[in-house]
Design a protein around this ligand. Structure first.
Ligand code: F6P
Length: 319
């Protein structure tokens, strides 16, 4: 019998998490299920940072960035002793199931809790779009819009000054933010975990573009692939462009979610509760071809990321 569910957000926050919390809360209450907001991710789950939620707890949150529940990373949650402490706390508070919103690490935590007897449903909340089992994660679209807005502005000034802007975007070893923004902004060069980094090839391409009459260029780089400051300096030294590096950083994680993220989060949040009501736990929710679907978390965390080759081919064709 499902009487009470907990909800938490964990890992890096993403715009749209509040819309998901709201959808879970309101769908559960409409089904006669009590809701408890768990603050600060798995840390709060273990420490008992629980707050009973009613429908007003999530009022006026759909347009807010960040997460009203707070988030944290708790590497110790990999240890079974810590997980068992969490299970005990949930039992003490008569919480029968938990909906978690976050990325890969959050999914692993939910998988572990499910195996210890607590039904969990995981929702993909990360700007990185690096979760299998879904075409898009909650927050990706908003972060992409932020990047596109920033790069469009950088292009204006780099055009005026005959410069090459080297822009680092987030993604945590996934090139989706880079490839989608590269296509959207008409970037000249892309450096991602998928493309790899060949400094000489980048410089060669810039010289080629210069010879073709280009007076400015945009290079989009996924974080953790190369040092954008050194690359910009090298560009200034060995090409006709003046290189300038911009690291967009955490600005990509903030801001009011786009309508697309709000709708995605609302659909996924409602589905999480529907699954629990049907007696299904240990699943993660995704969107595939615009259908909301689910699959076992255990399967999802072990899957290799599907290929983005067609996007890279498109990028190459359009430069
Ligand atoms: O997973 C989201 C993300 O923003 C990644 O893109 C980035 O690598 C990481 O989190 C940054 O983490 P932190 O907020 O702990 O610096």
């Amino acid at each position: 019998m499902l009487r009470k569910i907990g909800i938490l957000t964990s890992g890096g926050d993403s715009p749209g998490m509040n819309a998901a919390i709201r959808a879970v809360t309101r769908t559960a209450l409409a089904n006669g299920i009590e809701v408890v907001g768990i603050h600060d991710g798995y840390k709060g789950l273990v420490e008992g940072l629980y707050e009973p939620f009613n429908r007003h707890s999530v009022s006026e949150t759909i347009a807010k960035g960040g997460t009203i529940l707070g988030s944290a990373r708790l590497p110790e949650f990999k240890e079974e002793a810590v997980q068992l402490k969490g299970v005990e706390k949930l039992k003490e508070n008569q919480i029968d199931a938990v909906v978690v919103i976050g990325g890969d690490g959050t999914y692993r935590g939910a998988d572990a809790l499910t195996k210890l007897g607590v039904n969990c449903i995981a929702l993909p909340g990360t700007i990185d779009n690096d979760i299998e089992g879904t075409d898009y994660t909650i927050g990706f679209d908003t972060a992409l819009n932020t990047i596109v807005d920033c790069v469009d502005k950088l292009r204006d000034t780099s055009n005026s000054h005959h410069r090459c802007s080297v822009v680092e975007v987030m993604g945590n070893r996934c090139g989706d933010l880079a490839i989608y923004s590269g296509i959207s902004c008409g970037a000249e060069i892309l450096i991602t975990p998928e493309t790899g980094y060949d400094e000489e090839a980048v410089l060669e391409k810039l010289r080629y573009l210069e010879n073709q009459g280009k007076n400015h260029a945009i290079v989009i780089v996924s974080e953790k692939v190369c040092d954008v400051k050194s690359l910009a300096d090298k560009i200034s030294r060995v090409t006709g462009f003046a290189g300038r590096a911009t690291i967009l950083g955490h600005i990509q994680r903030g801001g009011s979610p786009t309508p697309s993220d709000r709708v995605l989060a609302s659909r996924m949040g409602a589905k999480a509760v529907e699954l629990l009501v049907e007696g299904i736990g240990g699943h993660c929710v995704g969107i595939r071809n615009n259908e909301i679907v689910s699959m076992p978390i255990e399967e999802c965390v072990g899957m290799p990321r599907s290929s983005r080759r067609r996007f890279y081919r498109l990028f190459d064709r359009l430069v």
